[in-house]
Design a binder for this molecule. Structure first.
Ligand code: KG4
Ligand code: ZN
Length: 367
């Protein structure tokens, strides 16, 4: 184990914690006071780097992170008006994610913590997403609740119990919902990232125009599947003679119909989960939680079914360092520390210690 619990270096009240996130194609740094108050937040995206390829190219992502990391951290400190010595702790995403991307943020964080003698802790990326809804959701949110994590890499439902430990209820059997948005965007000739581009085009389209399947609607349980929906869009395009044969309004109809199918399936699974749980709160987090149709349909379902659907603000749905600093502050306040042997790993368990990324090889309900 790289982690140890130390009572030696206790944190002051309302500690200033720097968060660093680099699990995919965003390099982000943020300073939080007391785990909640955003003192600064900077995000360096890589849209232009990956746009020509229609998706994230891992090697290009890590190279851009190497160029950006020190500038982004400096900018976050500058915006906060702080020097490194005024910080009380450092939190960094330890996984899951692209291993090369993770390594850049993690190596920088280790060096920074060592040089500035800061208590330092690794954070599970998905836990970060969930904590975003707890500290910045539109309504008060505390465990227990159900969490729907819906991003470019994950689509999963968790029960977040009293202790804050997420337990997996169901997950995608193939593509993540965000990945489906990105792939369908590519089919429709839209830029990366696909989610916002499809959403924008869908505003001009009719969501009932194209009859697309509702993934897993006849399957019991709480798992998801999106690769069939992507194939259905590609079959529909081929049937109509390819993208070139579609005019702008037909493209918009296809975008709107796809978006509606994804939103409907996410809502249907969430409703089923909520019927089986005693909590009346569900947090919807991750990049796809920024989708307006999903936000409104989930809220409407909540009103019908008697549950509260709680979203982080749009800016904290997609990857950011505020959520990592927030989750890290909780860990640091509980005395959890990592040392310089903490490694980046692409698949980490989520469940054995509340709100942290356990060491590689540790077991938990989610492998
Ligand atoms: O959480 P995130 O920033 O990164 C991961 O942890 O994966 O999520 C990125 C994903 C991308 O697939 C992107 O297309 C999707 O979130 N996304 C959206 C929207 N904004 C971002 N999907 C649908 N509608 C949006 N408005
Ligand atoms: Zn994410």
């Amino acid at each position: 184990m790289t982690a140890h619990t130390s009572l030696m270096d206790t944190l002051p009240a309302a500690p200033l914690v720097l968060g660093i996130e680099s699990s995919c194609d965003e390099m982000a740094a943020a300073v939080l006071r007391g785990g909640r108050e955003i003192v600064s937040s900077r995000i360096h995206g890589q849209e232009t780097v990956h746009a020509p390829y229609g998706g994230v190219v891992p090697e290009l992502a890590s190279r851009d992170h190497v160029r950006a990391v020190s500038h982004v951290v400096e900018a976050a400190l500058h915006e906060a008006g702080l020097t490194p010595s005024e910080l009380d702790g450092l939190a960094v995403t330890a996984g899951p994610g692209l291993v090369g991307s993770l390594l850049v943020g993690l190596s920088f964080a280790k060096a920074f913590a060592y040089a500035n003698r800061l208590p330092f802790v690794g954070v599970h990326h998905l836990v970060g997403h969930l904590v975003a809804a707890e500290v910045a959701g539109e309504a008060d949110l505390e465990p227990p609740y159900v969490g729907l994590v819906v991003s470019g890499g994950h689509t999963a439902l968790y029960r977040v119990g009293e202790t804050g430990t997420p337990v997996l209820l169901g997950q995608t059997l193939d593509d993540a919902a965000g990945e489906a948005f990105d792939k369908v965007a590519k089919l429709l000739g839209l830029p990366y990232p696909g989610g916002p581009a499809i959403s924008k085009l869908a505003l001009q389209g009719d969501p009932r125009a194209v009859d697309l399947p509702r993934p897993m609607s006849r399957r019991a349980g709480l798992d998801f599947s999106y690769s069939g929906l992507k194939t259905a869009v590609s079959v529909e395009l081929a049937r109509r003679g390819g993208l070139e044969s579609l005019d702008e309004s037909e493209r918009a109809d296809l975008a709107a119909s796809f978006e509606a199918a994804v939103a409907e399936s996410l809502v249907a699974r969430s409703v089923r989960a909520m019927r089986g749980e005693s909590t009346r709160r569900i947090a919807i987090v991750g990049g796809v939680a920024a989708n307006s149709r999903l936000r409104s349909e989930m809220r409407a379902a909540g009103e019908r079914e008697g549950f509260a659907a709680i979203f982080p603000p749009m800016a904290l749905c997609t990857d950011n360092a505020v959520m990592i600093a927030a989750a890290g502050t909780r860990l640091l306040e509980r005395g959890v520390r990592d040392d310089l042997s903490l490694e980046a790993f692409s698949r980490v368990p989520i469940g054995d210690v509340p709100w942290r990324a356990p060491a590689p090889g540790a077991s938990g309900p989610l492998e």
